[in-house]
Design a binder for this molecule. Structure first.
Ligand SMILES: *Cc1c(COP(=O)(O)O)cnc(C)c1O
Length: 494
């Protein structure tokens, strides 16, 4: 017989020593992040080094760690840096890094049998429901992020409003098409969810927005009436609390009321905007959220926690469970023992095995207090107001949309250039800004205009970082415009 093997270390002290070193190294890495470039291109030589064959034989953990330090750690996307403002990506925290280590060490499956992780997650859900103004007894679960949270919520919406047993029959069995409504600014994950659920993209009604990028209620009402007239079955309105493009928030109170009048499910995609409820000053911006039937949001964006953690809250616990509950014999509830009470979270979503995401939320809320997180959110909004004041004072920069929250879109302008030339100019500015490692905003198109887009969910940013951003964009703008021979006036202004 072969000797039995295990993946536990032969020498615990050796791995303990390496573990302590990793921890020290990561603290140094996080503590010095401001001194490094935000981002740098991934070198071809490192790509080649990573293209290794499958490792059949093992080697010392120390050696692998050294390769991590050389080939992996130096090339992050940049989001832990104080001048990263691309897309909507959070920074993470040193404390939560430790929480993730503890969660991984404990390694519960978190499907929801009788064990501590279940009760920690239930507590976290109850806290979040309270913060969002949902009634006690609301249901919910933690997920990989906003995309999954939207999918789960839309599945519950369909269960509640389809008017037939959609789990048994599926869609397309002679029943009228089920229609979901949202604004043209809604996140792409809602479209993916509708497509994946088999309802068809043509039944995701994208309603136009007003000048502040909020859904037009009159157009929405008309679209619902038209669908009913033509024999389709409206089931759900999705409201935005914070859109990706501009940070716009729909009139959630009006949407709640319209949903009640029309007997529709009201879901809010509040991926980052729902977190405004943590700030007493900003909470009024999402008034109406507390009336939603469900809300999806992330804690890895404006909750500042490391990936992955998002959440779905559902007001009606019964229908949430009815959407997903299945009871194969091996998952049935028992009277006593580990499976007493069943497998809670398996009945509330798609996943059976799940990570212990709740631990980092629980530890962060208890350690920092949610008031501090709310103050940081308000600080991010305040910083964007500061950026707006800098942009509005700079004649060569033009703001392209209102900035009601933590997102600001702008571009460099030079006289006598049409939109197409300005688009090319600003694309080049953005590339140089990113490749120079100074700051990392992302981009979007607004009305056909290429925008440099700053989204601030960064717990490390300071005002001076926005000063540097504006100075650098203006300098790069002059540089690129000069190279293209279009800077006559810009040069004079200097
Ligand atoms: C980020 C985002 C999502 C998707 O969330 P993930 O966590 O990336 O899956 C959905 N909606 C909005 C408004 C977002 O900003």
């Amino acid at each position: 017989m072969n000797p039995e093997i295990t993946l536990d270390p032969e020498n615990w002290d050796e791995l303990r020593h390496l573990g302590h070193r990793m921890l020290d190294d990561m603290f140094d890495y996080l503590g010095t992040v401001r001194e490094r470039p935000v981002w740098q291109p991934f070198p071809e030589a490192v790509k080649r080094r990573l293209a290794e064959p499958v490792p059949h034989q093992g080697r010392a953990a120390l050696e692998v760690y050294e390769q991590f330090q050389r080939d992996v750690l130096p090339y992050p996307p940049g989001n832990i840096h104080p001048r990263f403002w691309g897309w909507v990506i959070g920074t993470g925290t040193p404390l939560a890094m430790l929480s993730d280590m503890l969660a991984s060490g404990m390694n519960p499956q978190t499907a929801g049998i009788q064990e501590s992780a279940r009760y920690v997650e239930e507590r976290v859900i109850a806290w979040l429901a309270e913060v969002m103004g949902f009634p006690a007894g609301s249901s919910g679960l933690l997920l990989s992020g906003g995309s999954m949270a939207n999918l789960v919520a839309l599945a519950v919406a369909r269960q509640a409003k389809a008017g037939f047993d959609v789990r048994e029959k599926g869609v397309g069995d002679g029943a009228p098409p089920l229609v979901v409504y949202a604004s043209t600014e809604v996140h792409s994950s809602v479209r993916k969810a509708v497509e994946l659920m088999g309802m068809g993209r043509r039944n995701l009604r994208l309603i136009p927005v007003d000048g502040e990028f909020r859904i037009r209620i009159d157009a929405l009402r008309n679209a619902i009436a038209k669908d009913r007239r033509e024999g389709r079955c409206p089931i759900c309105i999705v409201g935005n609390a914070g859109t990706v493009n501009t940070g716009a928030t729909d009139d959630l109170q009006a949407l709640a009321e319209l949903s009640r009048q029309e007997n529709l499910w009201f879901h809010v995609d509040g991926a980052f905007g729902a977190l405004l409820t943590l700030s007493p000053e900003l909470k009024p911006l999402v008034r109406g959220l507390e009336q939603a039937d469900s809300v999806a949001f992330d804690l890895h964006k404006w909750g500042y926690l490391p990936f992955e953690v998002g959440c779905t809250l559902v007001r009606h616990a019964g229908v949430h469970r009815d959407t997903f509950a299945v009871a194969p014999s091996y998952l049935g509830a028992t009277e006593r023992g580990a499976a007493a009470g069943g497998v809670l979270f398996a009945d509330l979503g798609l996943q059976l095995s799940r990570g212990f995401r709740a631990l980092k939320v629980w530890m962060a809320f208890k350690t920092h207090g949610i008031d501090t997180i709310g103050r940081l959110i308000a600080q991010n909004v305040e910083q964007i107001r500061y950026l707006v004041s800098l942009l509005d004072a700079e004649p060569s920069l033009e703001r392209l949309a209102p900035a009601p929250l933590n997102i600001c879109c702008f571009r460099y302008v030079a006289p006598d250039l049409d939109d197409e030339s300005l688009n090319a100019l600003n694309r080049e500015i953005l590339w140089r800004l990113q490749e120079g490692g100074v700051a990392l905003p992302s981009h979007t198109l607004l009305d056909g205009k290429f925008a440099i887009r700053v989204a601030n969910t960064n717990q490390r940013s300071r005002r001076e970082d926005f000063d540097l951003l504006v100075r650098t964009v203006v300098d790069l703008g002059r540089e690129v415009a000069a190279e293209r021979g279009t800077n006559a006036v810009a040069a004079k202004a200097r």
